[in-house]
Design a protein around this ligand. Sequence first.
Ligand code: ATP
Length: 517
Amino acid sequence: MVNEELFKKIIAHSKEYGFVFPSSEIYDGLSAVYDYGQNGVELKNNIRKYWWEAMVKLNENIVGIDAAIFMHPTVWKASGHVGAFSDPLIDNKDSKKRYRADVLIEEHREKIQAKIDKEVDKAHKKFGDSFDKQQFTATNPRALEYQSKIDELSTRFVKALETGDLTEIKKIIEDNEIVCPVSGTRNWTDVRQFNLMFDTKLGSVSEDSNTIYLRPETAQGIFVNFLNVQKTGRMKIPFGIAQTGKAFRNEIVARQFIFRMREFEQMEMQFFVAPGDENEWYEKWREKRMKWHKTLGLGVEKYRWHNHEKLAHYAKAAADIEFEFPIGFKELEGIHSRTDFDLSQHQEFSGKKLQYFDPERNESYVPYVIETSVGLDRMFLSVLSSAYKEEVLAKEDGTSEIRVVLSIHPAIAPVKVAVLPLVKKDGLPEKAREIMNRLKIDFNCQYEEKDSIGKRYRRQDAIGTPFCVTVDHQSLEDNTVTLRYRDSMKQERVDVEKLDEIIDKLVNMKYLLRQLD
Ligand code: ATP
């Protein structure tokens, strides 16, 4: 379900609490470009670490690299990006708004699907426990009519995409009476292809031959280093290469906060397998990646698979893991079985052999590739949007207040512990500093002495800090402190000597990683 209001709240909260700022805000921002603030960068680093360690530390046969953003321009010819990395765009002449034609059609299809879901819900309520959904959708005239509309639309759409028929895409929009969400009119331009790569010039001479691109994906840095890594790491197939880093796309529609950015970060892993083994590995990686997501505890019901109907010409299979963002179910990660397309292309364009000698098969071949590709910023948004909660708390005087809390998994929370002297005098700040200095070696800590303790707890809740340690007068006498838990707000008196152990049990990422192994 789309929850625009929640989405707006998350955007506002991100800014207010130092997670995400619009880029160059004092100059009114730059469209679809964002900066991560003091808390955002910590959360982002932790998600990246969870991914990296799950890939590189837990799998003996996966190693990481960090390739440059700039690459030889021929890389992008070989990969197909110069010729075909484009989206079909369409403008509405009245609102002057630009859309991705394929997205307009997909959203229209989702709207029809929503109508079926509504009929199902209505019937479910009417018939109660005896309701049989399958039978209903197979026999109810209205549901069948909607379904046949979806089927017809899908068949035309897939065919038009496959053949690159832009006139037909426009016709689908017209025939389905799709209107511009802003102007409400059907006054559309023709559909055109728009290449998403940013280009720039290398060196000081502005000639075409010096044109280079900001990489639109990190994967190509892995492909061109395939042999370097295989040889120097003495890697045996099957093996993988992992990489995280910036990617750039001149997105046509970029109005969804950090869901669709023009500069973003990807976490990609290419897994090289022997020809013939790709289906088995594709299934394995689908399973492994879904487990990685679900282990973070954002809610198992928030994920679903979307198998691609339209495959790229080189792909054998492709699926997205979709997440239920406040803007609806959308792609979070892609898992693709890419055959030997990428390495073969680079072999052809570079004239260099990119083959592997398999001692077990006693033959050389160009390996097949299974790719897992997840956006770090979309991961960040998935974490934030499921963590954001507004709780109504009853106060002693009979009134109530709202507590905003980010229930982020403690292992990836930006700050792990806040150390708070109850008052700013009587030696409490000194004692608190002493505790802080001891904890900060292992945990990301924050020290705060301003405002009432209640206000300080709220500020920590709002950034998702799992523990608050409060130092009071008793602490000076018996070396104990109050430990407050973020989610339950439970408080307990603990010995300072025990703090490290209690905190570590919740925040150490190794416990999360253990669940994956
Ligand atoms: P979409 O269909 O949403 O445009 P895509 O299929 O083009 O995504 P891929 O090329 O498969 O995306 O990229 C892999 C991952 O990179 C995506 O699953 C997503 O998490 C992330 N990603 C892609 N484009 C963007 C973007 N503009 N902003 C943020 N993350 C992105």
